[in-house]
Each structure stands twice: as structure tokens, then as C-alpha cells.
Design a protein around this ligand. Structure first.
Ligand SMILES: [Ca+2]
Length: 460
């Protein structure tokens, strides 16, 4: 406490110094967290990933000024289950929300999914929790701990203009004439500029629908970026030129829209005077195959599979307290974000959360990357008609991945993701990679034991 008998100016100076020093040292200051989720953005739909044909200047700047996790994978490459995993801190085989199509009966329905949920924990810990954008879950946002539900989309997708959107604590939707992602942006910026953003630390979950199909229409300044280009001219590095592929022109437009929005969100954070105490996180919720390995050359089904373009997505973190700048090869996962957010908020991480706290990495602590030598991916829905036969578990390191299919008659797959980025050569069973295979197999088995995966046995 500051002594009451000090002259007023002196007391004021001491208070000012205390505030300043706590901000500089990060001690006791709990940062705001702005979490932007893009939809179906593959890892290489990003300039910083070596794609010279796409325009993502704002995300590229995040990769340079913040921490860019270029090896990052999502724990399940599909929209709804990855969101459920972010809410619960648990992977699908633990929380039961296995896919868009199938949830275990005991967790199905509006009140099925069990907490404690990340927003609830943050809210209980003194954070103001705000949702804007795509939701794609059956549980109500306000029942999972969002104190302020702004403009949101209960469904998993919709048109880029004239989408049916809800407002506040109701699922009732009305057609919004605006461009969907710009409506979300404006609403998110409305919050950032509001007095509420300065009252106490906040957590904002901003989920865009870009670049999920239908990819158009887009604003004129976005269309202009690719004027005169054709989809064939826009294939990313390594993409095979001799296979049917989806429409890269409009996929890139939609990705550039997500990029432009993220850039403006960042500027709004700055203009609102929040930059000094805000962490900005950008995550792609899953990738999109665009035709690779015969998956997703048409329509909306380019994900779920365990391959790089589906399971590997952009992840960048920058802002208050993040001293790690530039690219890291740490094998982090989307499931590491719930514990990381709680840790940033100075809160205890529940023991049952299976992700790892990224904050030692973000602070640039020596040796922190040792805890990130591997990441796990799964598609645990072995029940649905649409995807049931595609269920798998996967372990991925910086150099290799092992995929084990739930169906016992499907041969496991082992790839050297550095030498064989398109995963064309299955090395499983080759004598010269036996040591790698055994090591990955043991680590996968340990993970399944640790996460009590009762529905899948490995080795078998
Ligand atoms: Ca998605």
C-alpha cells in the first residue's frame, strides 16, 4: 500500500511507476486474448509458408513479428470436432464429439458436451468472454461460458453474403444482407472499440467462415489481387500439376479476405490502445486437400484425412509477452491452445486438459521446444456412413508421420514429410526405417494409454 501521508504528486508518481513497471515486466498484467479462427485454410495457403502466389501480407507479418508454428497440426481436421476440442481441452475420443456427423450418444444434443469449458474457466477467472462468428456446435455459446454473444452463425457454414446469422443469446437467425465475414469483422471491431474492452481483461473468439466454401463473393479489392489469374496458375509449391484440382483462384481470394480482416483487427487493437496488453492468436481450424490424393477436387469435402494439406494449418501467436519471433519447428497442436490461453491468463490449467502450455516457448525459454517433439491427430468417428471407414490415429514429428487406421485391414502409413511432402511413398514396413517406425509406434501407444483411448488398440 502507498503511504497515505505522502504528498499527492509523489503518491501519483509512485502509482504511475508501479503501473508502468508491471506492464514492462508483464508481472500481474493479464493480457487480453483475441483468437481468430479461419476455416479450411491449409498450411501452405500462406505466403510465409513459401507460397509466392497467394496474397497474405498481414498473416505473413504475424509470422515475422510473432511466433510462427509452421509444423502445427490440428488435433482433428474437421470443423465441429476441432471446436469441441478447443472448448473442452480434450481430444475427440475423450470428449465424444467425434466428427461433424457423429457424436457419442451420451454427449449428443444441446446439453451433451461436458465441461468445464475454456470460456467458462476464463470467465470464472475474471475474464470477459466474447463470441463473434461461426459456432458449429450444438451446445449454446452462453452455456459454455461466453458472457457476450455478439453476431454469430449457429451453423457450420453459409453464403459469403446474405447468410443467416443470430444475435445474442438466441439461435434465432435472420438473413443478414452484408458480406458474412465483414459483418463478423465489424462486430468484433465494435467490441474492441467499446468501453467493455478496457474494463477488464477479455477473451474474444472470432471465427471467420473464410476460406470455407463457397469462397465468393468477395470485396472488389480482394478480387483485384488475383485479376487475370487462373486457378491453374495458382497451384502452391509441390502441388501436383497432373491431377484434377479445386478452384485455387477463389480459394485464395477467400484466404486473402481472412488475411485482410485479421490485419484490420490487429490495427483496431492498436487504435483502441489495447496493443500493449493483447495477445493475438491466429489458427486455421483444418486444411483443405484441393484434389491431392484424390480428395476434395470438387465440392466441400477436402478435409478429415490425415495428410498434410488437411491436418496441418497456420498457427501464429504475437503480442504482449510473446518474445519468440519468427519461425519455429516445434510440433505444436491446436489442443495446446486451451492450456496456453489459461496460462496466459495466469490461471491454473485443469489436470485433465491434455494439451501442453505453449507459454515457455512464447517467452523464448531455452529448451522449451523439447516438450514439442511430436503432435497427435485423430479422426475417431468410426460410425458414420460418410466417414466411418476413414477413422485413424496419427503421430507426427518434424520429419515423419505414422498413420494407423482403425479398420484393421487397412495398412498403416509412414511418411518422411520432409523428403516426401506429398506423402506418395508409404515407408511402413521398410527395414531401413524400422527404428523410426518403432519409435513412433511406441510414442503413439503411450499417447493412447495416457488419453485412455478405449476404442482403439495399438499395437495390435
Ligand atoms: Ca473448417
Amino acid at each position: 500500500m502507498i503511504a497515505q501521508n505522502l504528498p499527492l504528486m509523489r503518491r501519483f508518481t509512485i502509482v504511475l511507476l508501479l503501473v508502468l513497471s508491471s506492464r514492462v515486466l508483464g508481472a500481474g498484467v493479464r493480457p487480453n486474448i483475441v483468437f481468430v479462427i479461419s476455416d479450411d485454410q491449409r498450411f501452405d495457403a500462406l505466403g510465409a509458408a513459401g507460397n509466392e502466389k497467394i496474397h497474405t501480407p498481414n498473416l505473413d507479418r504475424m509470422c515475422a513479428e510473432g511466433a510462427y508454428f509452421r509444423q502445427s497440426t490440428v488435433v482433428v481436421p474437421q470443423c465441429s470436432p476441432v471446436r469441441a476440442s478447443l472448448l473442452t481441452g480434450l481430444v475427440p475420443h475423450q470428449n465424444g464429439w467425434l466428427s461433424n456427423q457423429y457424436h457419442r450418444p451420451e454427449v449428443d444434443g444441446k446439453h451433451g458436451l461436458k465441461g468445464p469449458f475454456l470460456p467458462q474457466l476464463l470467465s470464472d477467472g475474471g475474464y470477459h468472454t466474447v463470441l463473434v462468428g461461426k459456432w458449429h456446435l450444438q451446445i449454446e455459446p452462453w452455456e459454455s461460458g461466453f458472457a457476450e454473444v455478439r453476431t454469430w452463425m449457429p451453423a457450420g457454414g453459409g453464403p459469403y453474403q446474405g447468410a443467416k446469422l443470430a444475435q445474442g443469446n438466441s439461435r434465432k437467425t435472420t438473413e443478414n444482407p452484408g458480406m458474412t465475414n465483414l459483418v463478423f469483422e465489424e462486430d468484433a471491431e465494435g467490441f474492441l472499440k467499446s468501453a467493455a474492452a478496457k474494463e477488464k481483461p477479455f477473451f474474444m473468439w472470432l471465427a471467420l467462415t473464410a476460406p470455407h466454401v463457397p469462397w465468393t463473393p468477395n470485396p472488389p479489392e480482394i478480387i483485384k489481387l488475383y485479376e487475370g489469374k487462373t486457378s491453374d496458375e495458382l497451384l502452391p509449391k509441390n502441388f501436383p500439376t497432373d491431377i484434377p484440382h479445386h478452384d485455387f483462384l477463389h480459394y485464395y481470394e477467400a484466404t486473402s479476405l481472412a488475411d485482410a480482416i485479421t490485419g484490420r483487427i490487429k490495427r483496431t487493437i492498436k487504435d483502441a490502445g489495447l496493443a500493449e496488453n493483447t495477445v493475438l492468436v491466429f489458427l486455421g481450424d483444418n486444411g483443405f486437400m484441393m484434389g491431392q490424393k484424390g480428395v476434395g477436387a470438387k465440392g466441400a469435402g477436402g478435409k478429415v484425412v490425415p495428410y498434410e494439406a488437411s491436418a496441418r494449418t497456420p498457427l501464429m501467436i504475437e503480442g504482449a509477452g510473446v518474445s519468440l519471433k519468427g519461425t519455429t519447428d516445434a510440433c505444436v497442436s491446436s489442443i495446446d491452445l486451451p492450456p496456453t490461453f489459461l496460462s496466459l491468463a495466469g490461471m491454473k490449467v485443469p489436470e485433465h486438459f491434455v494439451g501442453r502450455d505453449l507459454t515457455p516457448l512464447l517467452r523464448g525459454e531455452a529448451g522449451a521446444e523439447k516438450a514439442f517433439e511430436e503432435a497427435f491427430v485423430e479422426f475417431a468417428d468410426d460410425q458414420s456412413k460418410e466417414f466411418g471407414d476413414k477413422a485413424y490415429r496419427q503421430i507426427r514429428t518434424e520429419t515423419h508421420k505414422l498413420i494407423v487406421w482403425v479398420k484393421p485391414d487397412k495398412k498403416p502409413e509412414l511418411y518422411d514429410v520432409v523428403k516426401d511432402p506429398l506423402e506418395d511413398h508409404n515407408l511402413y514396413g521398410n527395414e531401413d526405417v524400422k527404428a523410426v517406425q518403432d519409435d513412433l509406434s511406441n510414442r503413439l501407444s503411450d499417447w493412447l494409454k495416457r488419453t485412455k483411448d478405449e476404442t482403439f488398440k495399438w499395437p495390435r
